[in-house]
Design a binder for this molecule. Structure first.
Ligand code: A2P
Length: 416
């Protein structure tokens, strides 16, 4: 007599290599280290992923939200996933004729249609939802397979000549091609040429530095804040493929663009909402976009407060120093922190926040406050710690507040 065969079915979590922009958000978010990458793809370990969905909302493109129902024994290995240029179709599972009912519970928290079920927000540090009043973003209008084109209409160095930081403000015009964006979203640039393995370079992601209605109001353009990469993370000389391409572009050059990306790091649209913005270096791009949108909107009656903490090595290396310091004090409360000014002690954004603890606490107490953090990975711990210290000192219970800020889409973190 045939014994019943136990067939385990797996809802296998996969990442779409065609849409993925290799931003590393999923790998950083995964609470159980089920995601890894090589030079080509990001992949999910089928025997580790438990379908908790923590990685899904933060993914700016939605590439992460792909699921295939397979026999567990047939799950695609990470080595197979590394070779993919496109995702395999959902096949029909061949069940042996002798098989009894499938015994393995399907894993995976979604039905594969992008609908998250019971996301465990405790495992992520920032909000996975946008502010309630944010405008609806467009995402993935253009992908690796069907990029669009933009023309360079401006490329200016923002940092003083002679400083080590070579940061550029680059304006890209889409002409009559649609490219709708919101402040806080990003785009992908496809640099020309190919990597050492002969494959075309993947897109690199850059935050948009201009507001939704254009770098110049009414123009179909966006601006980017790009730092020329000249070293790898160990400090050895290395030339960043895309940043050098962008910083060397001339007016009239045409670039391949994909995106837009991002559906949570968005600004509130209700005019009495407050923005608490904390950034370092090129992390200022989304803050510039939001500030400029508010500046234009203020003329139409926005009343919310803006408070900015901005860190850079020196004044000469702070992008947008001039325009920023010219903004009226009653419009934005700007606090700069310089870490390498000769003869002065090192100051980080979190130090500046502590110095302004009373005013930061007042914003934390207000349900209309939305917090944005963008910049170096290293700042995230320091900034969250300073928010906690300030809250605790002022009688606000940080852990409860932190959870509420996340649930209400009022704490947004984007670090790299
Ligand atoms: P530092 O002088 O210690 O590197 P960058 O120019 O490399 O993009 O850095 C922008 C600013 O962010 C610099 O002032 C840098 O200081 C600062 N910074 C570096 N690490 C941290 C951190 N952990 N928290 C806050 N700011 C940081």
């Amino acid at each position: 007599m045939n014994a019943p065969v136990s067939i385990e079915v797996l809802k296998q979590h996969l990442i779409d290599p065609e849409i993925c922009i290799r931003c590393n958000t999923c790998e950083e978010t995964c609470p159980i280290d089920a995601i890894q990458h090589d030079d080509t793809n990001y992949v999910v370990m089928p025997d580790v992923c438990n379908g908790c969905m923590a990685c899904v909302p933060p993914c700016p493109t939605g590439a992460i939200d792909n699921w295939r129902t397979v026999l567990k024994a047939d799950a695609w290995s990470v080595d197979e996933q590394y070779t993919w240029d496109v995702l395999p179709e959902q096949g029909t599972m061949a069940l042996p004729a002798t098989a009894g009912p499938a015994t393995g519970a399907m894993t995976g928290g979604s039905d594969g249609d992008g609908e998250a079920q019971g996301i465990e927000v405790d495992t992520v540090r920032g909000a996975v939802v946008p502010p309630w009043s944010a405008a609806r973003p467009y995402v993935n209008l253009y992908t690796h397979r069907n990029p669009t084109k933009a023309t360079v209409v401006g490329n200016y160095r923002l940092t003083d000549e002679g400083t080590e930081s070579d940061i550029h403000h680059i304006v890209l015009d889409f002409g009559s091609l649609p490219f709708p964006v919101l402040e806080g979203q990003s785009i992908g640039i496809l640099p020309p040429g190919s990597a050492a393995d002969g494959r075309a370079h993947h897109a690199r992601q850059y935050s948009i530095a201009s507001p939704r209605d254009g770098e110049r109001p009414g123009y179909n353009n966006v601006s980017l804040t790009v730092k020329r990469v000249t070293q790898d993370y160990r400090g050895n000389a290395a030339s960043g493929v895309c940043s050098n391409y962008l910083c060397d572009l001339k007016k009239g050059d045409v670039v391949n663009v994909i995106g837009p990306f991002g559906s949570t790091f968005l600004m509130p649209n209700h005019p009495d909402s407050h923005l608490l913005m904390i950034c370092t270096g090129t992390g200022s791009a989304p803050m510039r976009a939001m500030t400029e949108y508010r500046r234009r909107r203020r003329l139409k009656g926005a009343t919310g407060k803006l408070m900015l903490f901005f860190g850079a090595r020196t004044k000469a290396e702070l992008p947008y120093f001039g325009p920023l310091t010219n903004l009226p004090k009653d419009f934005i409360d700007t606090n700069l922190a310089f870490s390498r000014t000769p003869g002065e002690r090192k100051r980080y954004v979190q130090d500046a926040m502590r110095e302004r603890a009373v005013d930061v606490a007042q914003l934390l107490r207000d349900d209309g406050t939305y917090i944005y953090v963008c910049g170096l990975k290293g700042m995230e711990d320091g900034v969250l710690q300073s928010l906690k210290d300030i809250a605790d000192q002022h009688g606000l219970e940080w852990n409860a507040l932190w959870q509420r800020l996340k649930r209400e889409g009022r704490l947004h973190l984007e670090t790299y």
